[in-house]
Design a protein around this ligand. Structure first.
Ligand code: G4P
Length: 522
């Protein structure tokens, strides 16, 4: 239990460029996991119009190393799960969110809530994941902090509670008042150092005036009065419940407000929580080991097509070389070289606790969502695939390499790169993704890792959704009427391919006995 209670497993999410990489790096700096700023390479594909292949390859290499960053901070063991910066890989991020116990959202003070943040927050809300918000880049001019709070509430649909408060911003930025600990931190722009703290009794202490000047001190007192009037006192249970998001202000680049965030985070953020399996709820403190695969990462080296399966430990202790059951394959397996991720190194480990992530070398035995246990038949839930938004027919251009192409497609789908549907009308393979870039990645990887060549053919489609009904006759009638638009997914489930929003809406009205699902889990 001591090991479980000291663990904090979380992800930092943001719209690209809000400062996720910078904040991650500063947290590692505080944890002593790295010693100089600039050591964490930004895990993002360049946002140029034409994608640069080397860049994608580099990013894949870097993101193995930085997929999970574990470090000790005081008595706490912290695991940060990295998420891809590029929005075309949003699906990867959704899946990573199933493996974390809480989330820190970074928002740019000038840009406010952006599209990607909104989408990611929806996933957090679905899972009641506790959220802390860090408003970044206070060293630049941005929106009024009160406006930002309103925007966060309205756009992210969550109540907020500021736990720190900025004194001006941009060139006039003087620091933040730490509401949570009642302290004043003064700002000096510096990328490497932590700023001085002014000891004060309370907000009325003349030391506040001495530190920031009377005008700003008065303004601060006014703001705090307003905050206390408008926002209820912070209740940690509401945060843990996913109802209230504490908000911090600072500048990641200047290492300002980051320590306050981290110190509060380790105190209030949840230790590993119970995990819902189809059969029952699994508590982290249970003796028997269980875990699930939430991410599969192909290796960089094209000559050894091995992958790493990332397993989140849900309960018990994972031991190297112990026998565990791979539930989907109904097979006992041993793992002789599981790796843990400390700082930016990968080391073989002998054991791992709930909340930890281990990497298991894999050549095709794992799929996303696979469960490992000591023998009990458990299936962990909550790894939905979202209905894709972009579709193309995939065509083989080298008939000699059909086998390679099929194997490649199969494995890339296992990795969760995209989704495959077979059109029941013409038997053609359709690949569905959440972003344009994935088509390019698939084509590139099929060629470089499997020696197979493919070409894309456009297909006019709006959405693919899973359908089901309690009424077999109604289901058959629907499939017959829409036979040109029916497909099956890899598990053989019925999928309706709607070619426009209108058609989908009509289908929903005309066939009331059919249920339409927009995530694969229902
Ligand atoms: P991301 O991972 O969320 O995409 O963002 P990242 O940390 O890469 O930050 C995006 C840009 O914002 C970077 O500038 C970074 O230096 C800058 N930034 C991060 N935090 C702050 C801050 O507190 N204040 C200011 N003023 N800027 C900040 P860049 O020019 O894109 O990259 P670089 O060349 O500086 O690395």
């Amino acid at each position: 239990m001591t090991e479980i209670n000291r663990r904090r497993t979380f992800a930092i999410i943001s719209h690209p460029d809000a400062g996720k990489t910078t904040l991650t790096e500063k947290l590692l700096l505080f944890g002593g996991a790295i010693h100089v700023a600039g050591a964490v390479k930004s895990n993002k594909i360049k946002k140029t119009a034409t994608s640069d292949w080397m860049e994608i390859e580099k990013q894949r290499g870097i993101s193995v190393a930085t997929s999970v960053m574990g470090f000790n901070y005081g008595d706490y063991k912290i695991n940060i799960l990295d998420t891809p910066g590029h929005q075309d890989f949003a699906e990867d991020t959704y899946r990573t969110l199933t493996a974390v116990d809480s989330v820190i959202i970074v928002v740019d003070v000038a840009k406010g809530v952006e599209q990607q943040t909104r989408k990611l927050m929806e996933v957090c809300r679905m899972r009641n994941t506790p959220v802390i918000i860090f408003v970044n880049k206070l060293d630049r001019e941005g929106k009024d902090p009160f406006d930002i709070l309103d925007e966060l509430e309205a756009e992210l649909k969550i109540s907020v509670r500021p736990l720190s408060w900025p004194i001006n911003m941009g060139a006039r930025f003087k620091g933040v008042y730490n509401i949570y600990e009642q302290g004043l931190d003064l700002f000096t722009p510096d990328k490497q150092k932590v700023t001085e703290r002014v000891e004060i009794k309370d907000i009325n202490d003349p030391a506040v005036d001495a530190a920031v000047g009377k005008a700003d001190a008065d303004k601060l007192r006014e703001d705090l009065d307003l905050i206390n009037g408008v926002y209820p006192d912070f209740n940690v249970l509401d945060y843990l419940d996913g109802q209230v998001a504490p908000v911090f202000f600072g500048s990641a680049l200047n290492t300002f407000g980051v320590k306050e965030l981290l110190d509060c985070f380790v105190r209030i953020a949840p230790s590993p929580r119970a995990t819902q399996a189809e059969e029952r709820v699994v508590e982290p403190g249970e003796e028997a080991f269980s875990g699930f695969v939430f991410k599969i990462h192909a290796n960089m080296d094209p000559n050894h097509r091995s992958c790493i399966a990332f397993v989140k430990v849900c309960s018990g202790v994972f031991h190297r070389n112990a026998n565990y059951k791979h539930i989907r394959l109904d097979k006992m397996m041993k793992f002789s070289s599981p790796t843990a991720f400390m700082a930016q190194r990968k080391d073989v480990v002998d054991e791992a606790y709930p909340g930890d992530i281990i990497g298991l070398p894999d050549n095709g035995t794992f799929k996303i969502g696979d469960t490992l246990t000591e023998g009990e038949n458990l299936h962990f839930k909550g790894l939905p695939s979202f209905s894709p938004e972009m579709f193309k027919y995939i065509e083989n251009t080298d008939p000699m390499k059909t086998k390679q192409l099929n194997k490649g497609i199969e494995q890339l789908m296992d990795e969760g790169v995209a989704q495959l549907f077979i059109n029941q009308f013409n038997g053609r393979k359709i690949i569905g993704t959440v972003g344009q870039l994935q088509f390019e990645v698939i084509q590139y990887r099929l060629l470089h890792e499997y020696g197979a060549q493919c070409r894309w053919e456009p297909i006019h489609m709006y959405k693919a959704c899973w359908i089901e009904s309690d009424d077999d006759e109604a289901l058959e009638a629907f499939k017959k009427r829409k036979h040109q638009f029916m497909a099956v997914d890899r598990d053989g489930r019925d999928v309706f391919l709607a070619d426009s929003g209108y058609v989908l809406q009509m289908a929903q009205t005309d066939f009331p006995k059919i249920r339409f699902h927009f995530t694969s889990e229902f």
